[in-house]
Design a binder for this molecule. Sequence first.
Ligand SMILES: *[C@@H]1O[C@H](CO)[C@@H](O)[C@H](O)[C@H]1NC(C)=O
Ligand SMILES: *[C@@H]1O[C@H](CO)[C@@H](O)[C@H](O)[C@H]1NC(C)=O
Ligand SMILES: *[C@@H]1O[C@H](CO)[C@@H](O)[C@H](O)[C@H]1NC(C)=O
Ligand SMILES: *[C@@H]1O[C@H](CO)[C@@H](O)[C@H](O)[C@H]1NC(C)=O
Ligand SMILES: *[C@@H]1O[C@H](CO)[C@@H](O)[C@H](O)[C@H]1NC(C)=O
Ligand SMILES: *[C@@H]1O[C@H](CO)[C@@H](O)[C@H](O)[C@H]1NC(C)=O
Ligand SMILES: *[C@@H]1O[C@H](CO)[C@@H](O)[C@H](O)[C@H]1NC(C)=O
Ligand SMILES: *[C@@H]1O[C@H](CO)[C@@H](O)[C@H](O)[C@H]1NC(C)=O
Ligand SMILES: *[C@@H]1O[C@H](CO)[C@@H](O)[C@H](O)[C@H]1NC(C)=O
Length: 497
Amino acid sequence: MLILLSFRFLSFLAMNSSQSYLSGYSILVPLSYLKSCSLIGQLPKDLLNLRELEDLVMEDNNFDGPIPDWLGEFEHLKTLNLGVNNFSGSIPTNLGNRSTLITLDVASNPLTRVMSEKNLAKLSKLKLLAIYSYSTLKLDFDSDWIPPFQLEGLVLGFSNPNLPAWLYTQRSIENLFIWDSSFEAPDKFWNLVSAIADVQLQNNLIHGDMSNVLLNSTYIDISSNCLKGGLPQLSANVVFVSLSNNLLSGELSPLLCGHNALNGKSSLLYLDISLNNLSGGLTNCWKNWKSMVVLHLGRNNLSGKLPPSLGLLSNLTSVHLHKNKLYGEIPPSLQNCRSLLVFNVRNNQLSGNIPDWISHGVLALQLRSNHFSGKISPQICQMSSLIVLDIAQNTISGHIPSCLGNIKTLLLNNVSHHKLSFEFPLFYSSLISDDNLELVTKGQVLEYGRNLHFMTLIDMSSNNLSGTIPPQMFSLIGLHSLNLSNNKLAGEIPNEI
Ligand SMILES: *[C@@H]1O[C@H](CO)[C@@H](O)[C@H](O)[C@H]1NC(C)=O
Ligand SMILES: *[C@@H]1O[C@H](CO)[C@@H](O)[C@H](O)[C@H]1NC(C)=O
Ligand SMILES: *[C@@H]1O[C@H](CO)[C@@H](O)[C@H](O)[C@H]1NC(C)=O
Ligand SMILES: *[C@@H]1O[C@H](CO)[C@@H](O)[C@H](O)[C@H]1NC(C)=O
Ligand SMILES: *[C@@H]1O[C@H](CO)[C@@H](O)[C@H](O)[C@H]1NC(C)=O
Ligand SMILES: *[C@@H]1O[C@H](CO)[C@@H](O)[C@H](O)[C@H]1NC(C)=O
Ligand SMILES: *[C@@H]1O[C@H](CO)[C@@H](O)[C@H](O)[C@H]1NC(C)=O
Ligand SMILES: *[C@@H]1O[C@H](CO)[C@@H](O)[C@H](O)[C@H]1NC(C)=O
Ligand SMILES: *[C@@H]1O[C@H](CO)[C@@H](O)[C@H](O)[C@H]1NC(C)=O
């Protein structure tokens, strides 16, 4: 039988806990491939008539009841995928005797009973194991158990306070996903992780100190956990790292300036350490990270000026430095960042003129709540792709330039093709991460993510703008939100509105 290992390993944002994470390891066999068919009830024992069955893919239905123990009677069974159903109870122990199994996926089922080595005892060929069950499954593996298998992919979700000890016997894992689990991650866990290329540990309650950790995975997402201590170091292999929404503190330098082995050879494209408790300055170590495309450091306690060396990151497309204590002017070296699409420094103490040299291709410029002053230079109208221009709550004076009426994207009522997402190829799939911004519209602060590209906004409110409103503004028929309040504007509202 032809086996098609179609490893669709999921764009990371498309994931949520109702998916079966190893679903891609599936085979194309019409009879046994009954994925997403809205089937209900218990699995019919008549299936046993298919004695030669090698692959049973029943993922994403609504089967309930226990996982039947007669499944263990299929002598040739290689793939059993029962993920995303409503199976309860446990995994029958006689499946643990089904030594032909290569894939065992029971992820996203409300399994409640204890799972132990008996469930996996003879599975010497097993490569892919997915046992995830909304933190209801209790693992009770003997701490000395050495599994007969070496896994390549593992999806785990469990209610124990500790990782199963056998995890440390696995030397071939390429993809590790842990969901909805709470455990202390010792240094040896991070050593294990450093040999795994694709690591997705987001949205757990993983605690531990990262100060002595060296991350080495190509792709590693540890966002939304309880990690503390200083920042880990990154090896030159890391392409994507998210440490967002943890309790990490200290300075950026251990991560950015730390590792000797790096030798300027970094492959890093994506760095997200937003929503932590970082302090200190932005460092001068950017020359090590020239490949960087996405830099998210918002919502920390970073201070100091933007270092001119940031301009060395010529491929930057998305920069979020909002809600820190950054001050000083935006260095002109950022002119080198010709690929910038999103530049968000809102809620800092930055000053000087609004940079009018920012890449003409920029889509969103958010300078809100700083100390920017001076006039709005007509150069800003050259940013012909702008969909968000948010310079509210500064002390900008002078007139509103009438050339704003020329911004091309806002002249049309179809901006939706400017999707603000970041995509790069990853092993077997591609990674897509949508950009996001908080915008004030209709008096509310709303977060725009996937839908950001549908939004068009000019917010110049709470400045010191004077003169009249240029009627040209109202040729911007694609503009959804315009706020000019709290200024010193005079005259009539043009009829063109
Ligand atoms: C899942 O099965 C339980 C009984 O085990 C039932 O109460 C529940 O409604 C089922 N859930 C769904 C979504 O069908
Ligand atoms: C597993 O197989 C062994 C023989 O190889 C047998 O003794 C045992 O009862 C089987 N266990 C289950 C749960 O079927
Ligand atoms: C780091 O990753 C590389 C390639 O991804 C791998 O060859 C190497 O063994 C890893 N290092 C450690 C310490 O795991
Ligand atoms: C944040 O870091 C500072 C030191 O930089 C520390 O004093 C403070 O306790 C930390 N806050 C939290 C919530 O971890
Ligand atoms: C910037 O991106 C281009 C195109 O992807 C790539 O060829 C180039 O090497 C990148 N620059 C750096 C410094 O990584
Ligand atoms: C932020 O950093 C300053 C020093 O720059 C420190 O005084 C303050 O306590 C820090 N705030 C938090 C919330 O850690
Ligand atoms: C946007 O609309 C204009 C005029 O309606 C049309 O010519 C253009 O092709 C549209 N662009 C896209 C990308 O849909
Ligand atoms: C316009 O901006 C002002 C000041 O920044 C704010 O108070 C008001 O809520 C905004 N109006 C709307 C409709 O969003
Ligand atoms: C506001 O603009 C006026 C000129 O219109 C100028 O005299 C004044 O200094 C400005 N105020 C601030 C705080 O920039």
